[in-house]
Design a protein. Structure first.
Length: 698
C-alpha cells in the first residue's frame, strides 16, 4: 500500500522506547535519498466524490492516493483509492490500477482487504475498500522486537491470506510492512495488489497442492508454479472482453524490477521474465519476519541499486547475531524463507504458516534437521513434567537394573562356588561308589567261582546255597548264567519227538509233535510237567513222500479247531475229534499255512507248486468254488484271516498282502504294503495285529 502520510514516530504511544541498535525506522525504508518536494494542493478532502464524502488523506504513493471517506448511500466509513491526474496518467499506471482492483476483488479472505466498489468518476479511476484504521505494520514494527510469538502469529495470519491468493492464481510481488495493515485488534490485512501477477489457476493450484504433500521441508522442485510467459487468460478478471492481451498483464519489461528491493527475492530482483514463482512471496514474508525480529530488513543499501546488488550477491546475516534472544528454530524458519534458491524455500505459504504454528506449539519444525536428539529435545521442552517423570523413571530403572545386575552377579558367584563344591563332592562320591562297586564285583566273582567249583565237584546243593546268599542287587550276568546252568541240570529232558508248535487254549497248553500227536498240559508250574492226555492222529493224512508221518506245521483257532499239514497234505479237526472234518491234497511241493476264518466261512491253504517255484493261495468257501490267488516269488512266513472277509499273508522280504472278499468274490489283486525289514518268523492274529521276528532275532 502507499506510504503513510504522517510521520511514523507520531503513531508510537508516549513512553515507548526510541530507536534500538540495528532497528530501522520507517523513514529509512526508502532506498533513495529523500529530496524535499513541494506537494501540490490536494483538491479532494472535503469534497463529495460520487457517492463518497472524502474526509482526509490517509496515504500517498506512486500508484495513487488513499483517502478516508464516508459512503453516502450506505453511511459507512471506507478507504477510497484514486489515481491522481487520471487524464494525464500513462496506460501502464491505469493497467496496474486495474490489475490491483481485479486481483483484490476476486479474493474473499479475512486477512486480505476486501473491495467494495470499483468505478470511474470525472475521469478518475477509483475503488473503495474496507477501512483499516490501525495503521500498517511499518508503523508498529517496534512492538514485535521483543514479542517474537506475536510476530510469528502475525506472519501466520498473513501467510494464510497469501496462500489463499496463490490458490486463486494471484502472486502479490510487493509484500512489505507498509502493505500489511493492522486493525484495532492487531490482526493483519494484506493490501496493495498494484504489481500483482496473475498465474494460470491450474499451475498455482498444482504448486500449492504439491506444497501440502511435501510436508517435510524437502526440495520444493516443481512444487512452486513456474510462471514463464503468461499465455492463458487470467480467470480472476471481471470481464474477459475488456482485458488486454496476456502479454500486457506483465506491465514489466525485460530488465525492469517490480517491488521493494529490501523485501524482494533474488530471482525477482534479477528482472528476468518468467523466473518468478510463488516462492517470491514466501521470501518477502521471511524478510518481513526478519525485520520484526531484528529491527532491520535483510538487505538495505544507500541506494535502490545497491540494495538490489546485495540481494543478488549476499546472504542475510543470521538473525541471532543481531538479536541473541531469538529462538534458534524461529531463526531457521526465517532463513529457510530467505534461501537464494527458490526450491529450498517453503513449498507454499501454508507450509510456512504450519511450521510457525509448530514452533508456537513447541513441536519440531521442518526447517530444522530431522535428528532424533532434536525431536527429543523439543518433546522435553513441550512436556517438561512428562520429561521429568520419564527421566526419573529412567534413572530409577537404571539404578534398579544396576542393583539387580549386582545382585545377579553376586548370586552367580555364589552359585558358581556352590556348583564347584557340589562338583567336587559328586566326584568324591562317584569315586567311593566306584570303589564300592569294584569291591562288590570282586565278591560276586569270588562267589560265582566258588559255586562253579562246588558244581564241578558234584556238590550241587552247596553250589546252589552259595548262589542264593548273594544279594539280588549284586547278581550280574555271571550269576544268572550259572543259575540257568543249575536249573537245566535239575530238570529232565524232553525225550519225545520234537514239538513243532505250542498253543494256549482254554487255560491249557496244546503241543503238537512231528509224529502227529497232541499233548495237553493243564499246568506248567510243576518242576517236571507231564502230559495229561494224548491224541493219536491218522498217519494217512500226515504222511509225505519223503518222510511219512512228519508234520510240518499246525494251527489252533480260538474255538478249538486244529489244522495240521505236512509237505503235500492238510487236514482240519474239531476239538478231540477222531477223524478230520476237512482234508486237502494238491500238487504242492510245500505248504506254508492252513487256517480258517473266525466263523469258518472260509478255509485257506498257502502252498507252493511242485513244477514251478510259485506260491498260491487257495480259498474254499461254503457255497462257492475255490478261489486261486497268486503270490509273488517270495516265501510266506505267516498267513491268517483278519476278520471274516480278509486274508493276509506276510512274506520273508517284509511284504504284507491283503485280499478282500466282496460279496463272495475274492479280489485277484491284493493290497500291498512293504515293511522295511526282512523277516525270519511272523504271526498274524484275527484282530489284525502282527508279530514279526527280524532276521537278526529282534
Amino acid at each position: 500500500m502507499a506510504e503513510p502520510a504522517g510521520q511514523p514516530e507520531a503513531s508510537r504511544p508516549a513512553g515507548t522506547p526510541g530507536k534500538r541498535p540495528g532497528e530501522t525506522h520507517p523513514a529509512e525504508y526508502y532506498t533513495t535519498p529523500q529530496v524535499p518536494v513541494q506537494e501540490p494542493i490536494d483538491p479532494f478532502p472535503g469534497r463529495v466524490f460520487g457517492d463518497y464524502e472524502i474526509l482526509e488523506r490517509i496515504a500517498r504513493g506512486g500508484m495513487g492516493v488513499v483517502y478516508k471517506a464516508r459512503q453516502i448511500s450506505l453511511n459507512r466509513l471506507v478507504a477510497l483509492k484514486i489515481i491522481p491526474g487520471s487524464e494525464l496518467a500513462n496506460p501502464v499506471e491505469r493497467q496496474r490500477f486495474r490489475i490491483e482492483v481485479e486481483a483484490a476483488a476476486n479474493i474473499d479472505h479475512p486477512r486480505i482487504v476486501p473491495i467494495y466498489e470499483v468505478g470511474e468518476h470525472d475521469g478518475y479511476y477509483f475503488y473503495s475498500m474496507r477501512l483499516i484504521e490501525g495503521g500498517n505494520l511499518a508503523q508498529h514494527m517496534w512492538r514485535y522486537r521483543e514479542d517474537h510469538r506475536a510476530a510469528a502469529r502475525l506472519i501466520i495470519s498473513a501467510a494464510r491470506g497469501i496462500h489463499y491468493a496463490h490458490q486463486r492464481g494471484i502472486l502479490h510481488r510487493d509484500l512489505k510492512p507498509a502493505n500489511i495493515l493492522l486493525d484495532s485488534d492487531g490482526r493483519p490485512h494484506v493490501a496493495d495488489f498494484g504489481v500483482a501477477k496473475h498465474l494460470p489457476v491450474e499451475s498455482a493450484a498444482a504448486g500449492t497442492r504439491r506444497g501440502k504433500l511435501s510436508g517435510t521441508g524437502a526440495s520444493a522442485a516443481g512444487q512452486s508454479a513456474e510462471v514463464g510467459a503468461v499465455d492463458a487468460e487470467d480467470p480472476a478478471a471481471d470481464s474477459q472482453r475488456s482485458r488486454p492481451k496476456s502479454g500486457e498483464l506483465e506491465l514489466t519489461q525485460v530488465g525492469e524490477i517490480v517491488g521493494t528491493p529490501s523485501y524482494m527475492a533474488p530471482e525477482q530482483a534479477s528482472g528476468k521474465k518468467g523466473v518468478i514463482t510463488l516462492a517470491a512471496d514466501i521470501y518477502s514474508l521471511g524478510a518481513i519476519l526478519y525485520e520484526m525480529l531484528t529491527g532491520r530488513p535483510p538487505f538495505k543499501g544507500p541506494t535502490r541499486m545497491a540494495t538490489v546488488r546485495q540481494v543478488w550477491t549476499e546472504r542475510p546475516v543470521p538473525p541471532r547475531q543481531l538479536n541473541p534472544r531469538i529462538d534458534r528454530d524461529l531463526e531457521r524458519i526465517c532463513l529457510k524463507c530467505l534461501e537464494r534458491d527458490p526450491q529450498k524455500r517453503y513449498p507454499s505459504a501454508e507450509a510456512l504458516a504450519d511450521d510457525l504454528e509448530r514452533w508456537l506449539a513447541g513441536e519440531p519444525v521442518i526447517a530444522a534437521p530431522a535428528t532424533w536428539w532434536y525431536r527429543t529435545w523439543k518433546w522435553i521442552k513441550r512436556r517438561p513434567a512428562m520429561a521429568a517423570l520419564v527421566t526419573a523413571t529412567a534413572v530409577l530403572t537404571g539404578l534398579g537394573l544396576a542393583g539387580v545386575t549386582w545382585q545377579a552377579r553376586l548370586a552367580h558367584c555364589q552359585a558358581e562356588r556352590a556348583w564347584l563344591a557340589e562338583t567336587a563332592l559328586r566326584r568324591e562320591r562317584e569315586k567311593l561308589q566306584q570303589q564300592h562297586s569294584r569291591w562288590h564285583r570282586l565278591q560276586t566273582l569270588r562267589c560265582v567261582q566258588e559255586a562253579l567249583e562246588h558244581w564241578r565237584a558234584g556238590q550241587l546243593g552247596a553250589a546252589r546255597r552259595l548262589l542264593s546268599q548273594l544279594p539280588p542287587e549284586h547278581r550280574r550276568w555271571e550269576w544268572h548264567w550259572l543259575d540257568a546252568e543249575f536249573r537245566r541240570a535239575e530238570q529232565p529232558f524232553w525225550h519225545h519227538p520234537p514239538l513243532i508248535s505250542i498253543f494256549p487254549y482254554a487255560e491249557q497248553w496244546w503241543a503238537i509233535s512231528r509224529d502227529a500227536r497232541v499233548w495237553v498240559w493243564s499246568s506248567l508250574q510243576d518242576s517236571v510237567p507231564a502230559p495229561r492226555a494224548t491224541l493219536s492222529l491218522p498217519t494217512a493224512h500226515t504222511a509225505t513222500a519223503g518222510t511219512p508221518g512228519e508234520i510240518q506245521g499246525a494251527f489252533v483257532a480260538q474255538d478249538g479247531v486244529l489244522a495240521l499239514w505236512s509237505q503235500r497234505h492238510a487236514a482240519i479237526w474239531r476239538e478231540w475229534s477222531r477223524s478230520p472234518d476237512w482234508s486237502w491234497q494238491g500238487p504242492a511241493q510245500s505248504i506254508a499255512a492252513v487256517c480258517s476264518s473266525p466263523r469258518r466261512t472260509y478255509i485257506a491253504v498257502v502252498w507252493q507248486a511242485a513244477a514251478k517255484e510259485e506260491w498260491w493261495v487257495t480259498v474254499y468257501g461254503q457255497n462257492s468254488f475255490p478261489q486261486l490267488l497268486r503270490l509273488p516269488q517270495d516265501r510266506p512266513r505267516a498267513g491268517n484271516f483278519v476278520g471274516e472277509h480278509h486274508f493276509c499273508v506276510i512274506t520273508a522280504s517284509g511284504t504284507v498282502y491283503l485280499w478282500s472278499c466282496n460279496r463272495g468274490i475274492w479280489e485277484a489283486t491284493p493290497w500291498q504294503a512293504d515293511l522295511p525289514v526282512a523277516l525270519r518268523h511272523a504271526a498274524v492274529a484275527a484282530s489284525g495285529h502282527f508279530l514279526l521276528v527280524q532276521a537278526d532275532g529282534s
